[in-house]
Write a protein of this length. Sequence first.
Length: 282
Amino acid sequence: MWARVWGFLYSKYFRFCLKWILRLLTGKCELQRVLGGAEAGARRTLSVLRSAVQVEEAEVEKYVRDIMKEKKIEQKDIGFKTNLHISLLQISGYKKLYLNVENLRKVPYDSENEEHEEQLIELWNLLMPHENLKARISKQWCDIGFQGDDPKTDFRGMGLLGLVNLVYFSKHYTNEARQILSRSNHPKLGYSYAIVGINLTEMAYSLLKNGALKAHLYNLVSGLPQMEHFHQFYCYLVYEFDKFWFEEEPESIMHFNQYREKFHEKIKGLLLDCNVVLTLQD
């Protein structure tokens, strides 16, 4: 009860008194103190975000000018202007990135689409360079972890995003992808490489959607996060999940959901760190 009373009094009275006193003592508004005192990255941008600042990318420059005018901040305060500009770009960029990822997820895999088919064949060639694919519909797809003769049915949940992620990891981390594929064929601890990869796409997507990736992306990118940064995070998940799976030594693949959720909780815990950056190095 007392906690609720204190929270009400603080939000209604004491917080405004404290801000007024600090303004008198420092000669700076709250936003100036936040942007001037916090290190670049998530800590600074999340502080701005907590102030409920929302702006579209095209409006950032105008918004910065309006804030400085409203707060009576001199235009020559270049440090404040630059930091606010970066923070607003990161905030608007996160929203834009989510929309781009969501749009790609909504695109169903279409076997009549030549570009889709080319990406699928590219995935095979990257992972199985010494073995020719005998036919488009073939049991060979099971060799890289698809469920049946035609991989298109496995992309239903994540759409084209699942395929794009798999190809990105295989193209940019080819040796690691082939090693993980080989490990996934372990006689006791093996798992379906492609199916797990698509499952990890869903994990990366859900973390982006619920805002859990904000600290990671704000620390990683001083400006607008791009689709590549999402793909890079996916690569991290694939690499780390493989390590996690073999360290845990599950009794069988039948326990996949249990260990998948345990891994998910581990990643969510890491993302709570305001200084977090989760990437693989080229």
